[in-house]
Design a protein around this ligand. Sequence first.
Ligand SMILES: [Zn+2]
Length: 44
Amino acid sequence: MVEATERDGLTWYRCTKCEMLFEDRNEAVQHERTCDAEEPEYLQ
Ligand SMILES: [Zn+2]
């Protein structure tokens, strides 16, 4: 999923699967749909 996070006074959108940060929420959501990193099992 995508989580909003604040860093350096800006809001970033983070892919919780691979920790990648995006400035644009739509980009983060699109990335997350195709992200092939797997959620750690202990979070499921
Ligand atoms: Zn990702």
